[in-house]
Design a protein around this ligand. Structure first.
Ligand code: GAL
Length: 377
């Protein structure tokens, strides 16, 4: 499966951890449709770790869904998700066990891929725990990719090896559609800031077909759930979501979408931010101005339809910041006689025409995002 733009959906791990069930998945599918998330593009509903029994079936050797959590089996859940017009995602691991100590797919790749295809899976998140020593991680991703292709179903492979083993150098060649590039996110500002900063040199590897995945969003979790931590303010969640959008990262919601609040819903369905994230050209952003060890930067990103995204960040705790971006740094010198008509991505408001430069004041942890068009000045 070759995703043309960053995949979007929901994953159970951040909020639910092992507390997943048939009922909770169905309610989530309902919520994704009723709240307009599906209409905004969130199409995958992915069940993460902890869905199976602790051991394989002794006769068939297959992984077996936990009969308490999923009393109707997985096909029934998958059918329900499909009836809602959503796509269904499963989870396994390259190792002998999953990270939460359930059966992994090592040496069972083709059997398990066939099982996921029987369930009607459209997506497989494939983790990296309990890999036997001296085995080759790259080869194990190749194997599962082949197994999924051999299953006869078009299943998107979502690699999750946390950025180890120079993954960005080889993952595209395996056939995976996205790849986790960092360790696990937890729900606080420093966690997502450091994940983002760690990838500044790697976005260039992200392109149609295979996207750099900085992990599921914690937006809207407010410290609740499995990776709860201290939580973030709404302003910090807006910065997280904006970074994920600006940098073309897969958008997998991690909050409980059944009781998502209005602020979060408005943010994650913001048409301007999603337009940037889903831009068909999938170009990497560039640093247009660097300051304070990349804490206070300006970024540019060439979009389709002659548009340009501009983002200012203040990822520092510094209150006294005013960021200055000369358009020369975007490749638009004053001598060109051109300037930028700019609209605010958060509000859609037309901010007018700027020439030569923009200046942006930002509170700590805040950001600003604009969509711009070249105009005569
Ligand atoms: C981690 C992975 C998380 C989650 C967890 C499940 O390795 O990075 O996203 O899937 O395992 O145990």
């Amino acid at each position: 499966m070759f995703p043309k733009t960053p995949p979007m959906g929901f994953n159970t791990w951040n909020t639910f951890g092992e507390n997943i069930s048939d009922e909770m998945i169905r309610q989530t599918a309902d919520a994704m449709v009723e709240k307009g998330l599906q209409a905004a593009g969130y199409e995958y509903l992915v069940i993460d770790d902890c869905w199976s029994k602790r051991q394989r079936d002794p006769v068939t050797d297959k992984i077996v869904p936990d009969p308490v959590k999923f009393p109707n089996g997985m096909k029934a859940v998958s059918d329900y998700v499909h009836e809602k017009g959503l796509k269904f995602g499963m989870y396994s691991c390259v190792g002998v066990r999953t990270c939460a100590d359930y059966p992994g797919s090592f040496d069972h790749e083709f059997l398990d891929a066939a099982t996921f295809a029987e369930y009607g899976a459209d997506y497989l998140k494939y983790d990296y725990c309990y890999r036997p020593d001296k085995t080759n991680g790259e080869l194990l991703y190749r194997k599962m990719s082949m197994a999924l292709k051999a299953s006869g179903r078009d299943i998107l492979l979502s690699a999750c090896n946390w950025g180890c083993d120079d993954v960005h150098r080889w993952i595209r060649s395996t056939g995976a559609g996205l790849y986790r590039s960092t360790g696990d996110i937890i729900d606080n500002f420093v966690s997502f800031r450091d994940i983002f900063l760690s990838q500044l040199d790697n976005f260039v590897y992200s392109a149609p077909g295979c996207f750099n995945d900085m992990d599921m969003l914690t937006v809207g979790m407010y410290s609740r759930g499995n990776v709860g931590s201290t939580g973030c303010t709404d302003l910090e969640y807006r910065t997280q979501f904006s970074l994920w959008c600006m940098f073309g990262i897969p958008l997998m919601l991690g909050c409980d979408v059944r009781d998502i609040n209005d602020v979060t819903l408005k943010l994650v369905t913001n048409p301007n931010l999603l337009r940037i994230n889903q831009d068909i050209e999938c170009r990497p952003p560039f640093i247009a101005r660097e300051c304070d060890n990349n804490r206070r930067n300006a970024y540019g990103r060439v979009l389709s339809d002659n548009e340009l995204a501009i983002m200012f960040t203040n990822l520092s705790d510094d209150r006294d910041t005013s960021l200055w971006l000369p358009f020369e740094n975007l490749g638009l010198p004053i001598a060109s006689g051109k300037g930028l008509r700019v609209r605010d991505a958060f509000t859609g408001e037309d901010k007018g025409v700027f020439k030569e430069y923009m200046k942006q004041a930002l509170e700590p942890h805040d950001c600003a995002v604009y969509i711009a068009q070249i105009v005569d000045v």
